[in-house]
Design a protein around this ligand. Structure first.
Ligand SMILES: Cc1cc2nc3c(=O)[nH]c(=O)nc-3n(C[C@H](O)[C@H](O)[C@H](O)COP(=O)(O)OP(=O)(O)OC[C@H]3O[C@@H](n4cnc5c(N)ncnc54)[C@H](O)[C@@H]3O)c2cc1C
Length: 273
């Protein structure tokens, strides 16, 4: 989530609160498939299941989708998550930032990347989206924010090639009439959605996945595998933090019932996703 929406300090304070409740954080550890070569900083899905009465899969979404157009791997092309992560975790002066920045996409992530680039000092930021403004997945307030930040919009404009020789120099697009549009830019930020981790997680934990690559769950977030629950973006395909938090609560109800037989309710626990 972009820095202007939630600061790093706020996230860390929240994690600290959870720590005080007795939750143990095991950081720098990747959950890997059974049978993977054992390596430091990894734990297998099977080991997790053996060591715990219940496991909640809340792995979110995967890497930013590729554009699959020429020039995508040129220096100066960055994916929005890497860009936003750099803002979150590093000195803002060292965030890779172009003078003229083209952001591809029109969802929350694209708006976050565009407004952050502008606020960090890019001279101009262009948001390029293949559909109309009405189709843009970003919220109205985010669009308004982008307008106030002076972002230029290119609607119904599809990138076909990133131009450059050793460094990005432009973005060649085709518009809805089939005409060519050349956007002069020295940085391209890709924000065209993230891959679903469901299929990989499904295999790892032996849980059912739906036709959209999301982990299948019941109302209390039980998956098809005994003792394995799932919540958040890997279940709903990518939504909001509040949705993930609510699913976490429902998973807690499910786990409590599973382990004790007792059915509990608490404020807001009846709200379904
Ligand atoms: C740029 C951007 C802007 C957003 N803006 C908003 C906003 O304004 N408001 C809002 O409500 N939501 C926003 N969202 C969405 C919100 O961030 C998500 O809905 C929410 O974080 C989902 O929570 P989650 O717990 O499912 O997954 P995540 O928060 O993504 O957490 C998943 C975690 O699992 C870890 N993980 C994955 N695989 C493994 C593995 N194999 N082993 C160990 N760890 C693993 C990941 O590293 C990650 O830390 C935004 C998202 C993005 C990308």
């Amino acid at each position: 989530m972009a820095e202007y929406k939630m600061t790093r300090a706020a996230s860390l304070a929240e994690a600290g609160l959870i720590g005080k409740m007795g939750v143990k954080f095991v950081t720098r550890t990747s959950v890997v498939a059974d049978g993977s070569e054992s390596a430091a900083g990894t734990v297998t899905a099977g080991e997790l299941r053996v060591r715990h009465d219940a496991v909640v899969i809340a792995a979110g979404l995967g890497a930013t989708n590729r554009l699959n157009i020429p020039g995508e791997d040129l220096p100066g092309v960055i994916d929005a998550l890497t860009f936003i992560e750099a803002i979150k975790t590093r000195d803002w002066n060292s965030v890779p930032l172009g003078r003229r920045v083209a952001v591809i996409g029109a969802g929350n992530t694209a708006i976050d990347a565009a407004t952050q680039a502008k606020r960090l000092g890019a001279e101009s930021v262009m948001l390029v989206y293949r559909r109309t403004e009405a189709d843009a997945p970003a919220y109205d307030y985010e669009m308004e924010l982008a307008r106030q930040d002076g972002i230029d919009f290119y609607w119904q404009t599809t990138p076909v090639e990133i131009l450059g020789d050793g460094q990005v120099t432009g973005l060649r697009c085709s518009n809805v009439k089939g005409d060519e549009t050349l956007i002069d830019c020295d940085q391209v930020i890709k924000a065209i959605g993230q891959a679903k981790l469901g299929p990989a997680l499904g295999e790892m934990f032996g849980v059912e996945i739906d036709e959209k690559g999301r982990i299948r769950v019941d109302d209390e977030m039980r998956t098809s595998a005994a003792g394995v629950f799932a919540a958040g973006d890997c279940v709903n395909g990518g939504a909001e933090a509040v949705d993930a938090a609510q699913m976490g609560k429902r998973a807690a109800i499910g786990i409590h019932q599973e382990l004790t037989g007792e059915r509990v309710t608490f404020a807001g626990s009846g709200v379904s996703q």
